[in-house]
Design a binder for this molecule. Structure first.
Ligand code: UDP
Length: 381
């Protein structure tokens, strides 16, 4: 394939490298790195303070966007004054002629609304499932007017939209050389992700308390109130959770069963994660994919997840982990007891065969090729 000039426009909810963008940050990094390796010319647009792993980066100032996850289904679209999202797309408009394709990583209304006004084609990679009427409407419009330009990470994610059939499923991929296989685990479980209500950390905490197995939590504290609540739940449930071992000033629990490890770099994350017996993934929403599941599998760590959304398509029940009835803490406890039935080599193998950066790069490249091949693209403008 000839070398493409690609402008990757990031999420406006936080700087790349901060963790606030959740899985989008790793997804963008892996796609960008793989495309550079394949000889494409990549420029990333990110909020001020972003890191871009040596890839050309345009840092744009402005007020961060509130994540669509915190809004209700009927919430109107809000764009603050001096919006970084608006600034991203104003920049994109000005430089669009220098690029063959623009790739949008933001789950926000504006880039979809602007799509017909651009002369350079835009590929939109959706990082979340259906969340609001306003987003469904605007994405749906783009799906009809520019067929093939809406990318998703799983079939389950696509199924949450009325335009499911016109979505392109790309799954995801990670650089497997960064994740070391660990044969002999230690007796603890991991929970990895943004600490925010939709991620259902309280279920993992409750399950570990019932199963009497330590849980190590890794990820950025996105919602401080929620984190405080998690610790209060623990205090109520464990009678010997003494005042001394309560909440430290920074909000970090010192309960020996539940340990907060902080927000870790990929290198540190895999170093810790690979030692655990299993990963718990307990979201209360339809997770679009679940990067942390493929990261765990890459280390040979089986994953236990609720049977809905992206994780149901990644985990093979009884082979690379266990799928549990959604929102069932007792189901999690039962699955924890069966973790030793999973062959850790099968987990690593699953990551190698489906979720390498090469496999993902092939899917993404083909997607771009198809978008650019649509000769009638400019006729639809
Ligand atoms: N992550 C990280 N350090 C941590 C915990 C998590 O870099 O200490 C990253 C992890 O690698 C993953 C992302 O946070 O890429 C979480 O993504 P996921 O797709 O699981 O959920 P999302 O946040 O997108 O809903």
């Amino acid at each position: 394939m000839e070398s493409l000039r690609l402008l990757l426009i990031s999420t406006p909810v936080g700087p790349l490298g901060s963790g606030l963008g959740g899985g989008v940050e790793l997804t963008l990094r892996n796609i960008a790195t793989e495309l550079v390796r394949r000889g494409h010319q990549i420029t990333i647009v990110g909020t001020k303070g972003s890191t871009a792993w040596g890839i050309p980066l345009i840092e744009i100032p402005g007020k961060l966007q509130t994540s669509a996850l915190t809004q209700g289904r009927d919430t109107p679209t809000i764009i603050p004054p001096y919006s970084v999202l608006a600034n991203f797309w104003e920049y994109g408009r000005q430089v669009q002629e220098k690029y063959d394709l623009i790739v949008n990583f933001a789950y926000d209304w504006l880039p979809f609304y602007l799509t017909p006004f651009f002369t350079t084609p835009i590929a939109h990679l959706l990082s979340m499932s259906s969340l609001s009427e306003a987003m469904d409407e605007i994405i749906g419009r783009v799906a009809i007017q520019f067929p093939g330009t809406i990318g998703v990470h799983s079939q389950a994610q696509a199924a949450t939209f009325s335009f499911a059939n016109s979505c392109r499923c790309l799954a995801n991929g990670i650089d497997l050389s960064l994740y070391e296989f660990c044969e002999s685990p230690q007796p603890w479980l991991a929970w990895v992700g943004r600490i925010a209500p939709e991620k259902g950390l309280e279920d993992a905490v409750a399950a570990c308390q019932l199963a009497k197995i330590p849980l190590k939590i890794m990820g950025v504290i996105q919602d401080e109130d929620y984190w405080q609540k998690i610790q209060q739940i623990q205090q109520n449930k464990i009678p010997d959770f003494s005042k001394k071992s309560g909440i430290s000033k920074s909000g970090i629990s010192t309960n020996p069963l539940i340990q907060y490890e902080g927000f870790l770099s990929t290198t540190d994350l895999q170093q810790r994660l690979r030692q655990c017996q299993g990963l718990l993934m307990t979201p209360h929403v339809v997770e679009a994919f679940g990067n942390v599941v493929i990261e765990a599998l890459a280390c040979g760590v089986p994953a236990i997840a609720y049977d809905r959304g992206g994780p149901s398509e990644i985990i093979e029940d009884g082979k690379t982990g266990w799928l549990v009835e959604p929102d069932s803490v007792s189901g999690l406890v039962e699955a924890i007891a069966k973790l030793d039935k999973i062959d850790r080599h099968a987990c690593r193998h699953r990551a190698e065969s489906e979720y390498s950066t090469t496999a993902m790069g092939d899917r993404v490249q083909m997607w771009f090729q198809d978008i650019l091949a649509k000769s009638n693209y400019s006729d639809t403008l």
